[in-house]
Design a protein around this ligand. Structure first.
Ligand code: ZN
Length: 170
């Protein structure tokens, strides 16, 4: 298991779509292990493969206090959404930004586990919201893409100022 580097906005690799997983093998298992180890090296609750520069449709979520309940979603699909609401989100790939996004708080989803078994279940609350946030990553989207144009422009300006000051201090 390896802690991998997390790509940060505006890295263009975050905009590339993922490909479905077709081989449930040792490579997939080591990707899942790396995702979990990288997630657990942060205070975040979810992480997707594109964020560690891998194009596989894989994401992990662990909402437990003691980081003991990893959930692994491979080739996830959302079959139905209901009960929409505003959710305050942040993202390891967009440091220091928090924004309100409209999400379904109840979803019916289908995915595969590490062995390739197909699972279908209802998810609600944070499970549903995290799944949608991470599935956006698989589609090459970030949560800030769902904010208003004004908020996006201010984030872009802030990011540009940030990289200018990083260059100055380097
Ligand atoms: Zn994210």
């Amino acid at each position: 298991m390896t802690i991998r580097t997390i790509l940060e906005y505006p890295d263009p690799r975050l905009n590339l779509p993922s490909q479905p997983v077709t081989r449930f093998d040792a490579d997939l298992n080591s990707l899942v292990d790396d995702l979990l180890e990288t997630l657990y090296s942060t205070s975040a609750i979810a992480l997707s493969a594109p964020q560690i520069d891998d194009r596989s449709a894989v994401l992990v979520i662990d909402l437990s206090e003691d980081r003991s309940t990893p959930k692994v979603y491979i080739n996830p699909q959302i079959l139905a959404k209901s009960t929409w609401g505003f959710v305050e989100e942040s993202c390891l790939s967009v440091p220091d930004i928090v924004g309100n996004v409209i999400r379904a708080t109840e979803v019916r989803a289908q995915w595969q586990d590490r062995e390739g078994r197909v699972i279908e279940d209802d998810l609600s609350g944070m499970d549903a919201v995290c799944l949608q946030h991470e599935m956006d990553h698989l589609a090459g989207k970030l949560f800030i893409d769902r904010l208003s144009i004004f908020r996006r422009l201010s984030i872009r300006a802030r990011q540009a100022a940030r990289s200018r000051s990083l260059r100055k201090s380097a």
